[in-house]
Unconditional design. Structure first.
Length: 76
């Protein structure tokens, strides 16, 4: 297993996922990817993107909930 094929890990932070995505992108753009590994790396990138989107959605929900609670307290 190399740096681009780490197992899925939901505990991976957003920043860590973005760092891995950037490494994958740099390898692909730099022609450092063997054709046999390209599909695997693109699949990992897609997995990381989905994970990041989920984290963004969760954070957005948390922020909206907090703001709604604060707005409710201001009105009460």
């Amino acid at each position: 297993m190399n740096e681009f094929t780490t197992p899925p890990d939901e505990s991976l932070s957003y920043g860590e996922a973005m760092e891995e995505l950037n490494r994958i992108l740099a390898a692909i753009e730099g022609d450092a990817v063997d054709l046999d590994e390209l599909g695997e790396r693109v699949a990992r990138a897609a997995e990381l993107i989905r994970m990041c989107r989920e984290k963004i959605d969760q954070t957005e929900f948390q922020v909206r909930t907090i703001i709604e609670e604060l707005d409710g307290r201001d009105e009460g």
